[in-house]
Design a protein around this ligand. Structure first.
Ligand code: 4FN
Length: 258
């Protein structure tokens, strides 16, 4: 059976930060269609302290505040996290990539914990067996923006979330290449013309031009991605057919020799 929809529980001290992302545009429509359900839990609601505190000073000193275990445990129990995958957005984690995003998009549900201040009490991560995932090497004030990046990237892989059912797969990210240059109206702007081939209506030539541009750009700007593409260029599709036809292979060989 095909899975129906994805539920993501987000545990955070700042649930209001997520509203614009979860209610607007593409994600909002996906939610209306029942394809994705992003549930927000305010960790502070599970504080058992008389002042509703969710953070305290770090043992061993060092300044800043640490998010306490107890409110997070309460929130985790509330969303029944024991039965599900728990992700902690953290600069200590492996950097998010398309492979991890695909893995998460195949689940029925998972939980995202967002840290703030100096992060969470380590016992939370140990007990709930959290997988730490980072979105990149820079300092942030919290895990909320990273969680939104993760949600956005996972959501677009769920069938039906993007208008066009297969547009997520058609894009160059699917092949691991950067995108070719894009143009729209007008045909001439301040003396700058759109490449002739795009106006030709010759679909085969257009597809080959796009492939060539993607390859050149990727080779120049992201040699890491280009090397990975070249290493896998002779892989077969899932159905055993060849990934690239003869004309495409010629383009790849040409750029490889440049
Ligand atoms: N960041 C670095 C080294 C040490 C600390 C930080 C940092 C927010 C709770 C974590 C940051 C970046 C990418 C979560 C950064 C991410 C965070 C992320 C994040 C408050 C503690 C903190 C060496 C990476 C620069 C603050 C490096 N992806 N600490 O930013 O949550 O997910």
């Amino acid at each position: 059976m095909e899975k129906k929809g994805l539920t993501i529980d987000v545990l955070t001290l700042f649930p209001e930060m997520f509203r614009p992302v979860t209610e607007d545009s593409i994600l909002g429509r996906a939610a209306e269609k029942g394809l994705i359900d992003v549930r927000l839990t305010n960790i502070r609601d599970f504080s058992n302290d008389k002042h509703n505190r969710a953070d305290d000073y770090p043992f061993g000193g060092g300044g800043g505040m640490v998010m306490m275990a107890d409110p997070i445990f309460g929130a985790m129990e509330h969303v029944d996290a024991k039965a599900r995958k728990v992700v902690y957005m953290s600069p200590r984690g492996r950097i998010l990539d398309e492979e991890k995003i695909k893995e998460l998009a195949e689940l029925d549900s998972f939980v995202i914990l967002c840290g703030h201040y100096e992060g969470v009490d380590q016992r939370v991560l140990d007990y709930w067996d959290a997988e730490e995932i980072s979105i990149g090497d820079y300092v942030l004030t919290g895990g909320e923006l990273p969680a939104m990046v993760l949600i956005d990237s996972v959501a677009r892989l769920i069938p039906g979330v993007l208008g066009n059912e297969d547009s997520a797969l058609e894009e160059s990210v699917y092949s691991g290449l950067l995108e070719h240059p894009q143009y729209t109206q007008p045909r001439e702007y301040r003396g700058m013309e759109v490449p002739e081939v795009l106006m030709s209506g010759h679909h085969q030539n257009i597809a080959l031009w796009k492939l060539e541009q993607s390859l050149r750009l990727t080779k120049e700007r992201r040699p890491d991605l280009y090397k990975a593409f070249i290493a896998h260029r002779n892989d077969k599709n899932e159905d055993g057919t060849k990934r690239f036809n003869k004309a495409q292979r010629q383009v790849i060989d040409k750029v490889e020799e440049e």
